[in-house]
Design a protein around this ligand. Structure first.
Ligand code: ADP
Ligand code: ADP
Length: 219
């Protein structure tokens, strides 16, 4: 089996606060892992460590056989764009670009030319059932549509790992379920998934494994 994420003894301190207190965790290819726990237990910090958005105070983080501690800031930014897809509670789409361009941009930033990038973006929007909304600006899309556009963007560069931070937190229950089903489908065709949520129903439906965090430790 291929290990996609390997954390060993990861600590993260912010000033006097210990956000992560010696977390070791492995995620194998094809798993869908949900990280759960109360507010302030370190879920977002854990996600940021794995995405290379922040560095641990101690311990190692490896993703796709890359030791993130050995990468420069530029190397980390490249790693993030190439290997990680992220979706967020509030979508983080660019408001001044239509759906298709929001998606295509992820590949264009990696050096793919506009035309092939737009072609793949359209394929993804089609697979996610929102191709007909390709020219719509985020403000005119429903929450569920925005999240599907965000999923398409996250998949553009065929990430080794899809990170989802409370992906249904801003959605009504029906669109939340649709996004959940989408994540489930993606995992069933092999996408490795790490989901942060405090929604147990979501975790139980989507995840092959639930990791409980408490006070910065795996419980
Ligand atoms: P969760 O996502 O589970 O709510 P976080 O990872 O956001 O938890 O936070 C874990 C702990 O670290 C909390 O005590 C929080 O206040 C603290 N923390 C997180 N980020 C920062 C930061 N940038 N500066 C200072 N403290 C932080
Ligand atoms: P920055 O100005 O930080 O360099 P980028 O150009 O990397 O921003 O990203 C533009 C937008 O795309 C941002 O809203 C960012 O949150 C989002 N984004 C960047 N990388 C990814 C990714 N791998 N998956 C999903 N969204 C991403």
């Amino acid at each position: 089996m291929t290990t996609v994420v390997r954390l060993d003894g990861v600590r993260k301190e912010y000033g006097g606060t210990t956000a992560l207190d010696g977390v070791s965790l492995r995620i194998e290819a094809g798993e869908a892992v949900a990280v759960m726990g109360p507010s302030g237990c370190g879920k977002s910090t854990l996600l940021n460590m794995i995405a290379g958005l922040d560095r641990p105070t101690a311990g190692t983080v490896e993703v796709h056989d890359e030791d993130l501690g050995k990468l420069s800031e530029t190397g980390l930014a490249l790693f993030r764009r190439r290997r990680i897809g992220m979706i967020f509670q509030f979508f983080n789409l660019l408001d001044d670009l239509p759906a298709l361009d929001n998606v295509a941009l992820a590949a264009q930033l990696m050096g793919v030319r506009a035309r092939p990038a737009r072609r793949r973006a359209l394929e993804l929007l089609d697979e996610l059932g929102i191709a007909e909304r390709r020219n719509a600006y985020p403000a005119t899309l429903s929450g569920g549509e925005r999240q599907r556009v965000a999923v398409a963007r996250a998949l553009m560069n065929r990430p080794a790992l899809l990170l989802a931070d409370e992906p249904t937190g801003a959605l009504d229950s029906r669109s939340g379920e649709q996004v959940m089903d989408l994540l489930l489908d993606l995992n069933q065709i092999g996408q490795t998934l790490l989901l942060v949520t405090h929604d147990r129903a979501l975790a139980e439906r989507c995840a092959t494994r639930i990791v409980q965090l408490a006070d910065g430790k795996v419980a």
